[in-house]
Write a protein that binds this ligand. Sequence first.
Ligand SMILES: [Zn+2]
Ligand SMILES: [Zn+2]
Length: 276
Amino acid sequence: MGFLSPSDAFALNYVTNSCGYLIPANLHEEWGQCVVCRGAANPGWETCYQCGQHQKNRVGNDLVERIGVIAYALDGNQTALNMRAYKDPPANDPERHMIARQMVGYLLYLAFRFHLGCIPAGPVDAVVWVPSSTGRSPHPLHCILLKVWELIGNQVLLPPLEGWVQRLEGELIKTRHLDPSGVVLVAHEPKQHVLVVDDTWTTGAHLQSVGARLRQYGWEHVTGLAVARWVNHGDKQDRQKPLVAELLKENEIPFHDSAVSFCPFLGRDCGYGPNR
Ligand SMILES: [Zn+2]
Ligand SMILES: [Zn+2]
């Protein structure tokens, strides 16, 4: 990377000093994480229940090839609150809203600025986001991505394509199942590799639906990026329990020790951070 731009320095500074509560979504296979989404896998299985269902139900291999995850959102912790607050109307709590947006924005900034080159499928040709389940437009994630693009400049990527993926009114909201038919694509020329960004991965059905639709449309490679992997903390009968216990231990290690070189796409320190 060589040198840090003022935006790099600002983003790093923000994440390291103001987001000490972040738990990076490191890949720890020994913890029983799902190899797809880093949620809790069922004992003896490689994937969580939902990812297992997606694999079972999709013939033709149109699932997203790799999911990048930046942080865990444990139900009730600060990251989880932020992932909700960033979508709330600013007037409800302007300060919280701003803090939440900054967190999402700078995490995405760091991922795009330093780790796009880490995706095994190769250079990214376009970026799209998972549309809102409420049909709200513009989606807050879209606004943040535009801001991030402005900061990064256009050398790295095409700008996010506005209005590129729409959701049929109500279609996907009723179901948590993977269903690409609910996703409408605005006509465009498919290229090689598209990155689909979502804010929070819960079951993955939305991101996988958009990804599958893009594959059907002719994109060769689809990679996903979720800002946060949602984990239910208080769930009593709990597949998540062992994972949550490990995450809470992990939480004792401040994020700033790893924020700089943590790679959402590889789930570890990739050696390609700004300190390279
Ligand atoms: Zn999974
Ligand atoms: Zn990386």
